[in-house]
Design a protein around this ligand. Structure first.
Ligand code: PMP
Length: 276
């Protein structure tokens, strides 16, 4: 990258976070590859960044990166960046790099201690928040650093209207009286994993509602979890030291976690309600 790149100086770039898995058959499979590369294109278009690639050719190129790096279970990061341009003008070209590496679950495997952030998610009237733009992650990093400095594992951010939004790099679901709730789209990055969870709820016959959620509803809830490509499905032990009441193993989130783990490796999964 050029040291005068608009992406480096102004955070004007877009990227994706994708995972590949070694499936049951032994083959490497990029999970939801089309959805991720289609979102990469939409993100670039949202920022008026020229985008000359097709989803198919990028998927093929990514499999080649995995082959050459000898990776099966990998985290994959395509990044679209701008050329040298110290002004705020639109560029006539963009560049792409595809990186891949081995990565453990982003937020670990243990239940999380989460803190409500003092940082709000970016204002949708100030940013194209449905785009996965590099500059948006200043907000994510500040929130995550604040939570970790205060002894928590991760942050939960509210939106500009003080409704529950999302984690710095994941979406959130809350269980209350056998119903799952998740913030509706509009003020969040409505993730590909979130969409997968909604699909799994449908298959599992779990009731799920997308709505505006206030913090008090989360503090009084039975359980909650974060979901994202990097984090996968990870349970939350407490929010602001207020513990969720249901043991994780008995929650709807635990069932979804198991179903998700099976789905990504293409392992058959019974949609019978299981709780272990
Ligand atoms: N919200 C934010 C702010 C994120 O950075 C991510 C990770 N891309 C998500 C939600 C989850 O999105 P996905 O499930 O598509 O990875």
């Amino acid at each position: 990258m050029d040291f005068y790149s608009q992406s480096l100086h102004y955070g004007f770039g877009v990227f994706e976070g994708i995972r590949s898995y070694k499936t049951e058959s032994g083959q490497t499979k990029i999970f939801k590859a089309t959805a991720h590369f289609d979102r990469l294109k939409r993100s670039a278009e949202a920022l008026n960044m020229p985008y000359k690639w097709t989803t198919d050719e990028l998927i093929e190129a990514t499999y080649e990166v995995l082959r050459q790096s000898d990776l099966q279970d990998a985290y994959i990061r395509p990044l679209i960046y701008a050329p040298a341009n110290m002004t705020f003008s639109t560029n006539t070209e963009s560049f792409i790099v595809i990186e891949a590496w081995k990565m453990q679950p982003f937020l670990g495997d243990n239940l999380l201690q989460v803190m409500t952030s003092s940082f709000q998610r970016p204002n949708p009237k100030g940013f194209k928040i449905e785009a996965k733009a590099t500059g948006h992650y200043v907000n994510s990093i500040l929130a995550s650093q604040e939570a970790k400095a205060a002894g928590f594992n991760e942050a939960l951010l509210l939106d500009i209207n003080d409704y529950v939004a999302e984690a710095p790099g994941a979406n959130v679901f809350v269980e209350c009286n056998n119903i799952l709730y998740t913030p509706k789209a509009g003020n969040i990055l409505s993730g590909i994993t979130r969409a997968t969870v909604l699909e799994l709820c449908n298959e599992l016959d779990f009731e799920v509602v997308e709505k505006n959620i206030v913090l008090e509803e989360v503090h009084g809830a039975d359980s909650a979890f974060f979901c994202g490509t990097a984090a996968e499905i990870i349970g939350i032990e407490a929010l602001d030291k207020v513990e969720f009441t249901k043991p994780w193993a008995e929650t709807m989130g635990a069932v979804i976690q198991k179903a998700y783990k099976n789905l990504v490796v293409e392992k058959a999964y019974s949609t019978q309600l299981e709780t272990a």
